[in-house]
Design a protein around this ligand. Structure first.
Ligand code: LMR
Length: 328
């Protein structure tokens, strides 16, 4: 009878309505390898929060920290396959896609994070964000973590102290050469394996910003940290270009605005997070933090700087000069 079929239709529509809304909801999986408390972790959560506030049910952001969905090595592949939609890999993890990005790994290139900021905002720096579109990767912005510190089970004061020690490096040829330059032994290793690697002695040392040393508890398994500030660990927030360009215009433009807002916030907060994590590490008292004299720091610089020349062909001298200029 009529009323029964009407009720049935309404029920079906309601059922379909839900299914349809779900089907139409855009899902952005954001996968990363660090803790929620780090600059990148905080940025991912802030992005999730603002998208929920401003786009409601239209877009759902799922954040997967700490290599819980994909770790190093697999996350880029997952992005290209459309299994995740956003990542923020360290700039050291792009050399397969654009060798020019190796610039960010050159030791002692940037004197501090403000110089990094100036270069990233320059035309040369910005151009690198869109340089991988032909490979399906679109850069949406740069997120700071901070400068890296050397850690080891041994006091590292001058470059000779590193000889023969095994250091974990990210999957970057520049970073490999950097350690070879001081006659140490680099070992490429996924971020999720570093704690165990240090604990079991597979590697003797590493290089990380304070926020990663603190949140991964590396300071519990390293007796010494040398405040070297010798290199940079920053990120490129990236998405699958086809996914992003295929979004409805209104959604994409709202997301672009959110990305800009979050990027500014991350870059303002990163230094503060690193400073406070540095203090917490000192307060924990499990590690001795070593300061270098200007002369010692200069010895590290002189020992490592030849790496610039090795990669000048890949990166381009003009780009290196532009980055170097940002120190002024
Ligand atoms: C590392 O592998 O050391 C870093 O890239 C981890 C990260 O994302 O900060």
């Amino acid at each position: 009878n009529a009323s029964r079929s009407l009720a049935l239709a309404a029920g079906l529509a309601a059922l379909l309505g839900i299914t349809q809304a779900q089907a139409e909801q855009i899902v952005i999986k954001f996968s990363h390898v660090v803790a929620d408390s780090t600059p990148k972790g905080q940025g991912a959560l802030m992005f999730q929060k603002l998208v929920k506030e401003r786009l409601g049910d239209k877009v759902r952001v799922e954040v997967y920290p700490n290599s819980s969905l994909y770790g190093d090595g697999k996350e880029m592949e997952a992005l290209l396959l459309g299994d995740v939609q956003m990542l923020a890999p360290s700039l050291a993890k792009f050399d397969k896609y654009n060798k020019q990005l190796q610039i960010y790994d050159l030791p002692f290139l940037f004197k501090d994070i403000n110089a990094v900021d100036r270069f990233q905002h320059s035309p040369e720096g910005k151009q690198l964000l869109t340089s991988m579109q032909d490979k399906g990767v679109l850069g949406l912005g740069y997120w700071h973590n901070g400068m890296k510190q050397l850690s080891a089970n041994k006091k590292l004061q001058d470059p000779r102290d590193a000889r023969g020690l095994k250091f974990r490096v990210q999957s970057s040829n520049v970073l490999e050469e950097q350690f070879k330059a001081v006659r140490a032994i680099p070992r490429k290793m996924s971020f999720s394996e570093v704690y165990q690697g240090l604990q079991t002695g597979v590697v003797n040392g590493a290089e990380n910003p304070w926020s990663n040393i603190y949140s991964q508890k590396f300071y519990e398994v390293q007796d010494y940290i040398t405040e070297s500030n010798h290199g940079l660990l920053d990120y490129m927030l990236i998405t699958n270009a086809k996914f992003w360009n295929g979004l409805p215009d209104d959604v994409r433009s709202e997301l672009d605005d959110i990305v800009e807002e979050v990027t500014t916030a991350v870059n303002e907060e990163a230094k503060q997070i690193n400073d406070s994590d540095r203090q917490k590490i000192i307060d924990a008292g499990t590690t001795t933090v070593i300061q270098l004299t200007p002369e010692q720091r200069n010895e590290w610089r002189e020992a490592m700087k030849p790496v610039w020349k090795e990669f000048e062909g890949d990166i381009g001298k003009d780009l290196i000069d532009a980055a170097d200029k940002s120190n002024q």
